[in-house]
Write a protein that binds this ligand. Structure first.
Ligand code: SPQ
Length: 430
């Protein structure tokens, strides 16, 4: 499916959906299960393309992984029992798989080569390979291991004391995985706290890790004890329906099982600042990941300012927040978000150009954008640019245009949300 036409704008969204599993947590569940010796089980796994790539990598390393829908059973010989992969570890479009695997493989006993698609080949890897090399990792790759393909010869590692130059959970997690295998204590300092699913899952798998005010301390050489992981729904996927329901008059949507980890809930803060009509009901906080139900109704919106330590808490939601801002009264300013330029696409350029085709008034800046609203949006031909979040932003934008939108390249949405169009149709009564 390389294009589709999105018709019938303005039809309200009504009903309840269970949000699919969190992508970040699904990757990590497979990674921890693949490293731990014995049987790990997972429920609520996201069978999106990126997470399926992670499963394939661990199969090549010798883990036996069976999947029934969103349930996984992982039987692993443990990291010290892995086999040398007979093929390249292909990570597709997944930055999380690529970067976290580098940290895991650095302290393993196998030689491997990692490569992904043309988007991954453009994304910066030195932010991970640099600190891993400081730990003694034998990593080589294109342009001094700045870009994939990268080869990793696993071996003994030194601990590290590292000040993170960028707020990135992928960099932090890759270093933490390597630090698990190093002899001694590693310390990582974050300027702004990024998502902490790796630290939480380390504790679930029986490890001791200290994380306080952006300083993470980990003693290497600890054993992982396999457990059951119940993955909550992905707030980054929920974000598209939160926005759709806020935008289309007459809508009321209930989103169940939404992960509400405080390092991920920046979107909720923005919905509040913009004056949307929503409620959050925490249903479970008895395990390490909080989850709950979010109900949201169509609302009039006001502009807001987004920057600083809020950015890592909503980095993947900025495209859909930008769409909300086009319908808000006033000028919304997004700053400190230069990381958007090195995602699956340059998301600052993609948002400004694609929404601009509909008539939105968005001025891109080096580290964000300035959005003047409200503006009337008209139908046009939009391109996902192979980026799932841009594709979903375009599909939600099509709900409020005054004519049909043709979306080129909708297939990439399956990277993080395979049931997106099914859920959208259900909520619109189709
Ligand atoms: O895996 P990938 O492609 O990097 O996914 C994205 C996304 O939009 O789904 C980013 F493009 O999410 C990242 C997120 O931006 C997932 C992630 C994680 O699971 O650790 C952390 C964030 O990236 P970063 O670079 O800030 O660490």
């Amino acid at each position: 499916m390389d294009k589709m036409t999105l018709n019938d704008p303005q039809a309200p969204l009504r009903g309840t959906i269970a949000v699919p599993g969190d992508k970040s947590i699904s990757h990590r569940a497979v990674m921890f299960g693949g490293m731990a010796k014995g049987r790990t089980t997972v429920s609520g796994f996201l069978p999106g393309e990126d997470c399926l790539r992670t499963i394939e990598c661990f199969r090549l390393l010798g883990a036996d992984i069976s999947r029934t829908g969103t349930d996984l059973v992982i039987d692993s010989p443990g990291i010290d029992g892995w086999q040398e992969p007979a093929d390249i570890l292909y990570t597709g479009n997944s930055g999380t798989t690529t970067r976290l695997m580098l940290g895991i493989l650095a302290g393993s006993r196998v030689h491997s080569v990692i490569a992904g698609d043309e988007s991954i080949a453009r994304r910066p890897m030195k932010r991970v390979t640099g600190p891993l090399q400081q730990m003694g990792a034998d990593i080589r790759g294109r342009k001094g291991a700045q870009y994939t393909p990268v080869s990793v010869l696993g071996g003994p590692l030194r601990p590290i004391d590292y000040d993170m130059p960028v707020a990135s959970a992928q960099v932090k997690s890759a270093i933490l995985f390597a630090a698990m295998r190093a002899e001694g204590t590693s310390v990582i300092r974050e300027k702004e706290v990024s998502r902490d699913h790796t630290e939480r899952m380390m504790q679930n798998f029986g490890m001791r890790v200290q994380a306080e005010e952006g300083v993470i301390t980990l003693q290497g050489g600890q054993e992982l004890v396999p457990v059951h992981v119940d993955v909550p729904g992905d707030i980054s996927s929920a974000a598209f329906f939160l926005a759709a329901s806020a935008l289309v008059p007459g809508s009321e949507v209930v989103l169940e099982n939404v992960g509400l980890n405080p390092t991920r809930t920046g979107m909720i803060d923005v919905l509040e600042a913009m004056g949307t009509d929503f409620g959050v009901d925490v249903s479970r906080s008895d395990d390490s990941e909080i989850r709950g139900t979010v109900t949201i109704r169509s609302s009039s919106l006001k502009a807001t300012e987004i920057g600083g330590d809020l950015i890592p808490r909503l980095i993947d939601e900025i495209p859909i927040i930008a769409l909300l801002a086009t319908q808000a009264e006033g000028t919304t300013v997004i700053r400190d978000a230069e990381e958007l330029r090195v995602k699956e696409t340059d998301r600052i350029a993609a948002v400004a150009e694609e929404l601009g085709k509909l008539g939105a008034d968005i001025i891109p800046t080096d580290d964000g954008m300035i959005i003047n609203g409200p503006t009337k949006l008209s139908g046009a031909v939009l391109d996902s640019r192979g980026d799932h979040r841009i594709g979903m932003m375009a599909a939600v934008a099509a709900l409020i245009t005054d004519g049909p939108v043709e979306l080129r390249g909708p297939g990439c949405i399956a990277i993080s949300y395979p049931e997106f169009f099914e859920h959208l149709n259900n909520l619109r009564g189709n």
